[in-house]
Design a protein around this ligand. Structure first.
Ligand code: FBP
Length: 262
């Protein structure tokens, strides 16, 4: 495990990743509510907000947009990903190598693992290769740790999320990105299972400002280190406003009321 507190992925030991790989993972449907959100430049613009520690994108978006933002935005390159057109058991194609990510300017890498999928064994082996290559480059590794597949009925069940965080620690991730397990106490258990691996919450589908910020606050109060969020930021008409509030809750440890009033 490497000390990532001094890496661009962290600010004061906390993390706020702006995720924008949905065009691949979900397809154009995610951009329907705010048509301008289909333009990756809009999300790179939002990522210049002080609250954002890194933007997470696939290789193609990084190649096309990161060169215009490299002074102001830190790049987390997502190494694997699959379209929603894939109908098989959960799996994720490795689309980029660590060396390629490093060459285009990434300071950290991300990798999805679907624990419980019939493809878990191959995915874990691919993660091994990526994690070891990242260590060679001193790049922090963020695991999108999402148990799912035939055998799993409820992928946000507290024990499942705690297991996802533990899997990230055991396999050598520096940060475990997990779904919100529903309560502060469930998140405390998740954080305990992750040990030295930092736990961040996955944003989830768009909800109200208050509901979203309450879940983020519960994560921080439980010892989680922040958030990797997509839709709850860039599906809003004004991404900067919610980023202002997130900055308050994550970095200033304000209450939700204080953050909403600011
Ligand atoms: P959101 O905050 O929008 O949920 O994004 C986080 C994320 O992990 C993305 O990086 C990814 O594209 C998406 O969620 C995957 O969502 P799903 O749970 O539908 O696979």
């Amino acid at each position: 495990m490497i000390d990532i507190d001094d890496s661009p992925l962290c600010r004061d030991g906390k993390v706020l990743i702006l995720a924008y790989d949905h065009g691949l993972e979900h397809g154009p449907v995610d951009f329907e509510g705010v048509p301008g959100s289909a333009d990756p430049g809009r999300t790179f613009e939002a990522a210049t907000h002080d609250a954002v520690t890194s933007v997470a994108v696939q290789k193609g978006v990084a190649e096309a947009f990161y060169p215009s933002y490299e002074e102001d935005v830190d790049l987390l390159l997502k190494l694997n990903g699959t379209s929603n057109l894939w109908m098989g058991e959960p799996d994720s194609a490795v689309n980029c190598t660590v060396d390629y990510a490093y060459d285009i300017g990434a300071s950290s890498v991300g990798f999805t693992l679907y624990g419980g999928s019939n493809h878990e064994i191959e995915m874990a082996e691919e993660f091994r290769d990526a994690q070891e290559a990242a260590r060679e480059r001193d790049l922090p590794v963020v695991m999108w740790s999402y148990p799912r597949g035939q055998g799993l009925k409820n992928d946000t069940e507290p024990d499942t999320i705690a297991y996802a965080a533990r899997q990230a620690l055991e396999l050598g991730a520096d940060v475990a990105k997990v779904k919100y397990p529903g309560s502060k106490s469930a998140m405390e258990q998740t954080v305990r299972m992750a040990g030295p691996t930092k736990v961040v919450m996955s944003g989830g589908s768009k909800t109200t400002d208050r509901e979203f910020l309450e879940s983020v606050k519960a994560v921080i109060d439980a010892g989680g280190k922040g958030l990797a969020v997509g839709r709850n930021v860039w599906q809003r008409e004004n991404p900067h406003r919610i980023l202002d509030a997130l900055e308050q809750v994550i970095f200033a440890e304000s209450t939700v009321d204080e953050a909403l009033a600011a």
